[in-house]
Design a protein around this ligand. Structure first.
Ligand code: F6R
Length: 613
């Protein structure tokens, strides 16, 4: 994962240190276990590294009054080597002439390290990254471009790197393979920026270009030169940034997660805005570039995603099969990318990713693209890698999701994919009247979600009551099964307790052995079709002394005779129930985490965007 930021300018008044620290803050979602900065001043390389958040680095550089003429900076999510100061980036060659930051994984680092150690090179860190800087030094005679080409040839794996070299006082070198790296420059003001994410530049005036496939950039304030790995100069297209709306403040909420949970009536509304035709009982998407004929020809859909987005994919697959009658498979992107998939002519691929940067999802997309598939991206972040790889992108329009734990993006994904299902179904067999009924139910969602949010104090009580458990089962059937998977993921990632989502009918095939008074079962009872069956499963848990909390439709009061607690939700059709039930579960997880005193917005070991395999 990790985030890279760099700056080179020609004006004395701009301080590259402050600019890079501000840039890193915008990239902190990519990792936050340590950070560092290095650069050149008066012919010398100076650097600082700190363990922990960017704030620690900012405090350190301001205490030291660090000044640099050109700077590269990094925020880390540890892959190889613990999150210590030594393992933090930048890394240096033995003579401290070169400083380098890296995002990615060097798969053959051990082999290269052994080779370099035999040649007498001393390694300081446990990282894979350090081999890059020693290799560069090894190949460098007088030409950095050539040294970089030779280094890239030796490296296996994914990378985005930024480098400063003592012999090149006012420039940054950069290269990228598989991992994103954007360069923003302004000819008028003679300044250039480098960033893992163009949105971190927050500057609509800049011309932006992206490095790909082993491209190398030589970045000076007034000139950007791009070369391929053979050293041939490349001509690149540029674009301008469309800045994202939405504030990056908590707006009075205690955490971003809580703010984002409470934004959901508005974000669900936004996902539907200008996309519904009440008159025709269908949906339309201004951003969809496929022809009606192409969409009518689709006879199979393949959904690719990871984590929470994968759970949205599971719900969408059921919707697409049940309502649009299109055979749909969901694949975990990290598994799928190595599967040599069969992609027939009329297969449509939907890649779901809030960030649009998840490495496994992007790699899976590239794999299906190479096989000729057409791809729709479902994404929240403009200018992200997925938006550049997909043939068409449907945006969630949920505004920036800051909390690492995804909440509003999930329900926007579900809303958008429900609309897409409706659209595909209406292109096929679904009648106008049935389409209109579905639209009516969709339109009720924001109000229904507001009703649940108004009961947050009751969920808070339940959260407090269940916060002492170390083990949870979330059980559900049909649409409530992926809802359970998502609810369990929320709880484990922010509370650090063991939570498993399970299809309720499968409990008796093994996991029921775990049921006792120390394992809490949370039954997601929002599926009317299977309610009676779920009821039997809840009885089975009760018979084994398992404490039970049910999230249930308000008509199912008989649950009070079995369950220890019941939280009632308003009536909602089975196909859309995942949205309100997930929101109740988000609040439940939030209040448990709060009671347990965890770092809710930035849980340990996580990052918002998973940009390595
Ligand atoms: C969980 C969470 C992760 C992400 C996953 C995919 O709350 O946020 O599981 O859903 O890392 O991220 P995107 O959707 O950005 O591809």
């Amino acid at each position: 994962m990790c985030g890279i930021f760099g700056y080179v300018g020609s004006s004395e008044k701009d301080n590259p240190v402050t600019i890079c620290i501000e840039g890193l803050k915008n990239l902190e979602y990519r990792g936050y276990d340590s950070a560092g900065i290095a650069g050149l001043i008066n012919g010398k390389i100076l650097a600082h590294k700190t363990v922990g958040r960017i704030q620690a680095l900012e405090d350190c550089v301001s205490k030291e009054n660090l000044k640099l003429q050109v700077a590269i900076a990094h925020t880390r999510w540890a892959t190889h080597g613990k999150p210590t100061k030594i393992n933090a980036h930048p890394h240096f060659d033995s003579e401290k002439k070169i400083a380098l930051v890296h995002n990615g994984i060097i798969e053959n680092f051990k082999k290269i390290k052994d080779r370099l150690v035999k040649e007498g090179v001393n390694f300081e860190s446990d990282t894979d990254t350090e081999v890059i800087v020693h290799l560069l030094s090894h190949y460098y005679e007088s030409d950095m471009l050539e040294a970089l080409q030779r280094t890239l040839e030796d490296l296996e794996g994914s990378l985005a790197i930024a480098i400063v070299h003592k012999d090149y006082p006012n420039q940054i070198f950069a290269a990228a393979r598989e991992n994103p790296l954007a360069i923003g420059f302004h000819k008028g003001t003679c300044e250039a920026y480098l960033s893992s994410d163009p949105n971190a530049l927050r500057n609509a005036e800049l011309d932006i270009l992206y490095l790909h496939n082993n491209e190398i950039a030589v970045i000076k304030p007034d000139e950007i030169d791009i070369f391929n790995i053979e050293g041939k100069k490349q001509v690149k297209e540029t674009e301008k940034l469309e800045l994202e709306e939405g504030s990056a403040t908590k707006d009075g909420y205690e955490h971003f997660m809580l703010k984002e949970i409470f934004q959901q009536p508005a974000t669900i509304q936004k996902a539907m805005e200008n996309r519904i035709s009440d008159a025709f009982g269908t949906a339309h998407f201004e951003d969809l570039t496929f022809s009606t004929h192409e969409l009518q020809s689709v006879n199979r859909i393949l959904i690719l995603a990871c984590g929470t987005s994968l759970h949205a994919g599971y719900v969408a697959a059921s919707l697409l099969e049940n309502i649009a009658r299109i055979p749909t498979e969901v694949e975990i992107a990290s598994e799928f990318r190595y599967a040599n998939p069969i992609i027939s002519e009329n297969t449509l691929v939907i890649a779901i990713s809030q960030s649009g940067e998840t490495a496994d999802t992007i790699a899976a997309v590239r794999e299906v693209k190479a096989k000729g598939a057409k791809i729709i991206g479902v994404c929240n972040v403009k200018h992200s890698t997925l938006t550049r790889e997909a043939d068409s992108t449907l945006f969630l329009k949920a505004g920036p999701e800051i909390s690492v734990c995804s909440t509003k993006a999930f329900t926007s994904q579900l809303t958008l994919l429900s609309l897409f299902t409706l659209f595909m179904a209406r292109l096929r067999h679904l009648s106008k009247e049935d389409g209109q009924d579905f639209v009516k139910e969709l339109r009720k969602l924001p109000m229904l979600v507001s009703d649940i949010l108004e009961q947050s104090s009751r969920i808070e009580e339940l959260g407090k009551k269940y916060s002492g458990f170390e083990h949870f089962f979330f059980l559900g059937r049909r649409y409530m099964y992926p809802t359970s998977l998502e609810a369990a993921l929320k709880l484990k990632e922010i509370s650090y307790v063991n939570a498993t989502g399970y299809p309720a009918g499968e409990l008796k095939h093994g996991p029921i052995a775990l049921i006792n008074e120390n394992l809490a079962t949370i039954a997601m009872c929002g599926n009317k079709q299977t309610f009676q069956k779920l009821l039997s499963n809840i009885e089975e848990v009760k018979a084994r002394n398992g404490p039970i909390l049910c999230f249930a439709n308000e008509e199912h009061t008989q649950l009070e005779e079995i369950a220890d607690d019941v939280f009632y939700l308003p009536e909602v059709m089975d196909t859309l129930a995942c949205i309100p039930y997930s929101i109740a579960a988000q609040l439940f997880s939030y209040y448990i985490a709060k009671e347990r005193g965890t770092d809710i917005d930035k849980p340990r070991n996580l990052a918002k965007s998973v940009t390595v395999e």
